[in-house]
Ligand binder design. Sequence first.
Ligand SMILES: Cc1cc2nc3c(=O)[nH]c(=O)nc-3n(C[C@H](O)[C@H](O)[C@H](O)COP(=O)(O)OP(=O)(O)OC[C@H]3O[C@@H](n4cnc5c(N)ncnc54)[C@H](O)[C@@H]3O)c2cc1C
Ligand SMILES: Cc1cc2nc3c(=O)[nH]c(=O)nc-3n(C[C@H](O)[C@H](O)[C@H](O)COP(=O)(O)O)c2cc1C
Length: 453
Amino acid sequence: MTTLLTTEPLRLGGALLLSGSWLALCLNMWRAHRTSASADAAPADWLVVHASQTGGAEHLAQRSAQLLATGGLAARAVCMSALDRERLAASPRILFVASTYGEGDAPDTAARFAGRLMEAGVDPGLDLSRLHYAVLALGDKCYANYCGFGRALDAWLAQQGATRLFDRIDVDRGDAHALAEWQHHVGRLAGTSDAPDWDAPAYGEWRIVARTLENPGSAGAPLYRIALRPAAGALPAWEAGDLAQVSPPADPDHPREYSIASVPDEGRLELLVRLQQREDGSPGAASGWLCTGAGEADVVRLRLRMHERFRLGDNARRPLVAIGNGSGLAGLRGLLKTRIDAGRHDNWLLFGERNAAHDFLLREELEAWRAKGQLAHLDLAFSRDQDERRYVQDVLRAQAGRLREWVGRGAAIYVCGSLQGMAGGVHEALGAILGASQLDALAVDGRYRRDVY
Ligand SMILES: Cc1cc2nc3c(=O)[nH]c(=O)nc-3n(C[C@H](O)[C@H](O)[C@H](O)COP(=O)(O)OP(=O)(O)OC[C@H]3O[C@@H](n4cnc5c(N)ncnc54)[C@H](O)[C@@H]3O)c2cc1C
Ligand SMILES: Cc1cc2nc3c(=O)[nH]c(=O)nc-3n(C[C@H](O)[C@H](O)[C@H](O)COP(=O)(O)O)c2cc1C
């Protein structure tokens, strides 16, 4: 009995201890399960949606997704063309990185989203009250409608009932302070505040090795073919469609973009640069420097910029319809040269300028490609060679049957050159020939791509 009396509390204590440990074990297992369950749910948790024309917003979206990932959140960067009503309504958290094009418009990749969803105004059937979001709006204060698309997107999301994680951040020409602010917010969401600032890639030092005036006697501004090589070291890699950014000495913080006209195998980087004249008669900062200012001994500060959306990508396997005017021939020439070097001859070029006698850029090369069948068709529109003005979009309309046939065979359409006049006119002509919905579908499938400025 005594034994009983003395051993019983011990047993009881032991049992309590055991049950306590068991409970603690269960609690820990439950906690661990909860943590891993929320980690499993994370992949669907964060989207970083980009609306980009020349890749800047896309690049920032990818960096933002990586930053979220460093905090253990699985986030994915996706193009706005992949975002529909259902996905939007089902998403709990989205970061948007949106640039603005045209005159306050959406970039091409976001045109369908903007057209179908935003332009319809407030949609009472679309409940976004589940969604928490933030907008990084890229733009340029030189334009009247600064960050127009990013602002419109932000306002529309709020009207649909979505909740801002933090206020929209507007970025003027890649302003580093605004980007650091965005990075700080995203870092906070990820729970990591110590990531180093995102730096823009450094400029390389290049030298001009050849420069020729391509349109002597032209009624338009002079246009130069300019070849550059790195001042030291090997030529870096790029792909047709990519851009070169030049930092002009007179305005070093504001780089200007140029389409690359050559391919790396040619051993030099070539640009087609139109010498801009400002209203007061002074030359443009970058075009003036490249076309007339910089001498052989001068260093040109330049960096390459991948332009994923204007590369050939999957379209390398499709027939190509290349449409452009003026210096836009630069981007198209790079694409055509790549295809011709790879043995593809299903290339159709439609090119427009003013007068054949002065403005038939790269004439020898284009005529040789045509003669050898490397260009299946070469259609030219010299607007001032006849009484009535005739532009590249008019030639396109005249070739409507062939265009339908090429698109029917799976062709991709690439447009490069001026936004004013050419790109709008070509877009209208394409819409009239193919129908708006087919043109929309081509854009979404990456078979209609534009590098227009
Ligand atoms: C994707 C893309 C591809 C391009 N490809 C080509 C090409 O292949 N060939 C070609 O000739 N051109 C091309 N351009 C145009 C080119 O980038 C320049 O705009 C053009 O050469 C005129 O620049 P500039 O410095 O000579 O003229 P500037 O008159 O000095 O500047 C041109 C513009 O930059 C802005 N700007 C100037 N100074 C400032 C400032 N201090 N602060 C803020 N903004 C300022 C203004 O909007 C001005 O209209 C392309 C443009 C883009 C966007
Ligand atoms: C042809 C053209 C039109 C543009 N229109 C506008 C505009 O209306 N408003 C604006 O704020 N920025 C405008 N921009 C500036 C772009 O939004 C800005 O350069 C942005 O960083 C580009 O991002 P992306 O590389 O993702 O396309 C325009 C740029 C170009 C080349």
